[in-house]
Design a protein around this ligand. Structure first.
Ligand code: MG
Ligand code: ZN
Length: 220
């Protein structure tokens, strides 16, 4: 007899994720699940996003890491509520962790919650957290071949941020090939070239996000 341990875990995750989503919709809070490899610039992208949208929206961040609270402290230093989740070894977030994290947030006061998932291109794609959109970041130094190796994350992402775009000339990164492969996997996802630490290319991304935030606010 064979026992599939993955299925009951995913079923339970899905159920709790649906509860999370119901709550987010009721409160009119847009929730983004940001996925990328370690070092791709998730926290920098979040900080750039906060800088672009904080005058217009109330934002909070949920930081997922295997250990430490350094990223949450970076966010808090900017006066933005940040909840740190330490997964204690797990390489992705699950919906029960989000359920606990949002207890620390006042959803009535928020318009946008950004979840920084654990740095990993594989299993974050398999776990629905109740978010409205999963978005991924690929940074130029990681190479244009990543969509061949990790197709799932490119397929599930509703937008792709190409970060560290200012280093394009330094690395052997074929942007045309990258765009062609990403489009073949997911023709609907827009791509946003960005240099998050320099604040370059943030406007187009912020515009996309604003439209998504407004859609959730207007239907709540
Ligand atoms: Mg980070
Ligand atoms: Zn994992």
């Amino acid at each position: 007899m064979e026992i599939d341990i993955k299925k009951p875990i995913l079923d339970r995750n899905e159920r709790l994720a649906q509860d999370n989503r119901k709550l987010f919709d009721e409160k009119g809070v847009f929730v983004l699940d940001l996925m990328a490899s370690p070092g791709a610039g998730k926290t920098s992208t979040i900080l750039a996003t906060i800088a672009a949208l904080r005058d217009r929206y109330n934002i909070a961040v949920i930081e997922g890491d295997i250990a430490s609270k350094v990223d949450a402290e970076k966010i808090s230093a900017h006066g933005i509520p940040a909840v740190q989740i330490n997964t204690g070894g797990a390489c992705h977030l699950e919906s029960d962790m989000i359920q606990r994290a949002i207890e620390a947030l006042d959803l009535d006061e928020l318009d946008l919650v950004i979840i920084e998932n654990v740095g990993n291109l594989v299993c974050p794609t398999e776990f629905y957290l109740g978010e409205h959109a999963k978005v991924m970041i690929l940074s130029v130094p990681e190479g244009h071949d990543k969509p061949y190796k990790y197709p799932n994350i490119f397929q599930i992402a509703e937008a792709v941020i190409l970060n560290k775009y200012d280093t394009l000339s330094v690395f052997d990164f074929d942007e045309a090939e990258f765009r062609a492969v990403v489009t073949s996997l997911n023709h609907a996802a827009p791509m946003f070239p960005m240099s998050a630490t320099k604040g370059e290319g943030v406007d187009a991304w912020a515009e996309w996000l604003t439209a998504r935030i407004e859609a959730v606010k207007s239907s709540s």
